[in-house]
Write a protein that binds this ligand. Structure first.
Ligand SMILES: [Fe+2]
Length: 247
């Protein structure tokens, strides 16, 4: 599976993603500037099949209308996003499969928390998960906020049930580039986290690592809850989320 991570340069530091399986057809996840996507499609000689919006917030959908006009592509999103996203052609639900080839597919994960109409896309190659496009659910070294239509307890369950069991080598492709702030927050909670200190130095120098689940387990304080007890873990997650909101 070919994945092009497109840094939009938007004020909110959004990422868009172009994903394709080598058959000339591509999908774009969360288009921000439509022209950026049109240029990327032309560079790789790809035809756009569909836009996939991870959720309904404007900064994940603002490229939709122009891109659809320009390419005639479809728009796919969570059923709960119908009120906010125009012209949805296909609704996406847990375990839906978007197949590129018999060996390559995106599997849909229903991931409420940041909003209640949020999906993530798990890339599966030769039967193994290899990457996850996580919108505003999981970030590099952090998680999404729940202030605009979300719920922190629901997000805690989504992170635990849909992400914590993913293998170490699964790559993380989030909706925003928030490395530096998130690492600084981790270090405010865990001042002696050496891996987070090292990464922060790297990031400040402009070197952005490609996140993986292994790295998240080392530097994402929301994934390092020091308890196996489910109720206590949710309480600790809520405490961290509330701290991060004020931080
Ligand atoms: Fe969002």
């Amino acid at each position: 599976m070919q994945i092009e991570q497109i840094y939009t340069g938007s004020p909110l530091r959004n990422f868009s993603y172009l994903v394709h399986g080598g058959d000339g057809f591509a999908y774009v996840i969360d288009p921000f500037y439509s022209q950026q996507i049109v240029d990327a499609l032309a560079r790789s000689q790809l035809q756009l099949r569909a836009i996939i919006n991870t959720h309904e917030h404007w900064d994940h959908t603002c490229g939709n209308a122009e891109l659809r006009r320009h390419t005639g592509c479809e728009i796919w999103a969570h059923a709960g996003a119908r009120h906010a996203i125009a012209d949805i052609d296909r609704v996406l639900a847990q375990d839906d499969v978007i197949a590129f080839t018999p060996q390559q597919a995106l599997k849909v994960l229903d991931t409420p928390g940041h909003t209640f109409a949020h999906v993530c896309l798990l890339a599966v190659e030769d039967g193994r998960p290899t990457a996850v496009f996580c919108g505003d659910t999981l970030f590099n070294a952090g998680v999404g906020n729940c202030r605009n239509g979300g719920d922190a307890e629901t997000l805690a369950r989504t992170i635990r049930d849909k992400f914590c069991s993913l293998p170490d080598d699964v790559r993380i492709y989030p909706g925003h580039e928030y490395w530096e702030n998130n690492l600084r927050f981790t270090l405010s909670i865990e001042p002696h986290n050496q891996r987070a200190q090292e990464l922060l130095m790297q990031v400040v120098q402009g070197e952005l690592p490609c996140g993986t689940m292994a790295l998240e387990r080392e530097v994402n304080t929301f994934m390092r809850l020091e308890t196996e007890d489910r109720v206590a873990a949710v309480a600790e997650f809520l405490r961290l989320r509330a701290l991060r909101d004020k931080w």
